[in-house]
Design a protein around this ligand. Structure first.
Ligand SMILES: *Cc1c(COP(=O)(O)O)cnc(C)c1O
Length: 400
């Protein structure tokens, strides 16, 4: 049998810290490796497979569209792209859509839109305020937007025009605002930064500040959008209306699809100022349409809210049992537990051996982002495995 790990070492850039398994198949909440082992997947491809792996609605849409028209270019009108734009706009507070192929293209595009707005309406203001521990993607500009030094350091100088300030702190945003500021860009809940949930009125205060200063509020909903937090969009939870949102991850139900949506006021691109070869192609947009329709018609956000509450209550039980868990937090089906020390790699490896896939989002924190249609019996199974693993870890801790 081929040693895929050896092959990777030989032929692939060593960019990823991978788990020692080669996945070959997925269905619903389950995946299988090349040796036939089965795993319960609480990573869902970083939240991408929001309806589980290979959901029939998504598979059929891809199958049918691939027989009809896979790609042309944005020189022409195509139908799935326009249907998806209508679907997203009619179910959000935004007015116009643009499609791309990933989350980072969405955030990058949103920042370009904000800069154009600054040129037109704010005397050329171009700076965007973002927060520490945020994550906005991996292009050069977005590593500058991402307020985590480790993503920027290998590549300095990174593009200018981004100011990183403390999250969940309105005064920090106020202090960083000046005549060059055109926008504030935030995640409604920081995902990659460890599932950090801001105070209930933080986004409202940021919205009020942006209104006062006439600057734009961009919400990066690449992780929180499409039902993840228990509403179709994360901003609904905080009762604010952003000027621009970005989408990615779950939007395509598994295929690479990103988007940014904007209010009419800030939809200021002129023809030729932004574009994409693949962005908005019929194949990925057909998958996106099928996904978003299914999510809306089957109240998947409502299901995510219910299962999220159940998952969090179970995680809180684990916290009261194991004293080295210092926090259990979450909203909808984006949750995390935090440890008093850096044991998440250990815990995640042990869970893998017992058939549960988890994401060690921080050295001391584990993130849970299962498919949104997960059942309570899946949650029970995950909690049972985690409980066993944590008990072992706990014994080890008492032994030392
Ligand atoms: C994952 C993520 C991105 C980047 O998306 P890619 O598809 O990896 O480019 C941007 N913003 C947030 C909030 C994310 O979670």
């Amino acid at each position: 049998m081929t040693d895929w790990q050896e092959l990777e070492k030989k032929y692939f850039m060593s960019t990823f810290k991978r788990m020692p398994v080669t996945l070959v198949q997925g269905r619903g909440t389950l995946v299988w490796d090349d040796e036939g082992n089965e795993y319960l997947d609480f990573t869902a491809g970083w939240g991408v497979n929001c309806l589980g792996h290979c959901h029939p609605a998504v598979v059929n849409a891809i199958k049918e569209q691939s027989k009809t028209l896979i790609q042309t270019s944005n020189q022409f009108y195509t139908i799935p792209q326009l249907e998806l734009a209508e679907l997203l706009v009619e179910h959000s507070c935004l007015d116009k859509a643009f499609f791309c192929n990933s989350g980072v293209e969405a955030t990058e595009g949103a920042v370009k839109l904000a800069r154009k707005y600054g040129k037109l309406h704010l005397n050329g203001a171009y700076e965007v305020i973002t927060t520490f521990d945020s994550f906005h993607g991996r292009t050069l500009a977005m590593t500058a937007a991402t307020g985590q030094r480790k993503f920027q350091e290998p590549y300095v100088p990174v593009p200018e025009g981004f100011i990183n300030v403390a999250y969940n702190n309105i005064d920090a945003i106020k202090a960083a605002t000046n005549s060059k500021t055109c926008a504030v860009m935030l995640e409604p809940i920081q995902g990659e930064g460890g599932v950090n949930i801001p105070a209930g009125d933080y986004l409202k205060k940021v919205r009020a500040w942006c209104d006062e200063k006439g600057i734009l509020l961009i919400l990066d909903e690449v992780q929180t959008g499409i039902g993840r937090l228990g509403t179709l969009f994360g901003y609904e939870q905080f009762r604010v209306e952003p000027d621009i949102i970005t989408l990615g991850k779950g939007l395509g139900g598994g295929v690479p699809l990103g988007a940014f949506l904007s209010k009419d006021k800030s939809s200021v691109f002129a023809p030729g100022e932004h574009g994409s070869t693949f962005g908005g192609n019929p194949l990925t947009c057909a998958a996106g349409c099928a996904t978003v329709k299914y999510v809306i018609e089957n109240d998947i956000p409502g299901k995510a809210r219910e299962s999220g509450e159940y998952l969090l209550s179970e995680l809180k039980k684990l916290k009261s049992t194991f004293k080295f868990i210092v926090d259990a937090r979450g909203r909808g089906l984006l949750a995390a537990i935090q440890f008093e020390s850096d044991i998440s790699d250990n815990v995640v490896q042990s869970c893998l051996k017992r058939g549960l896939l988890l994401n060690p989002v921080k050295p001391n924190a584990i993130r849970f982002m299962p498919p949104l249609n997960i059942t309570s019996s899946d949650i029970n199974e995950a909690i049972m495995i985690l409980d066993t693993v944590l008990a072992e870890v706990g014994k080890g801790k008492r032994g030392t």
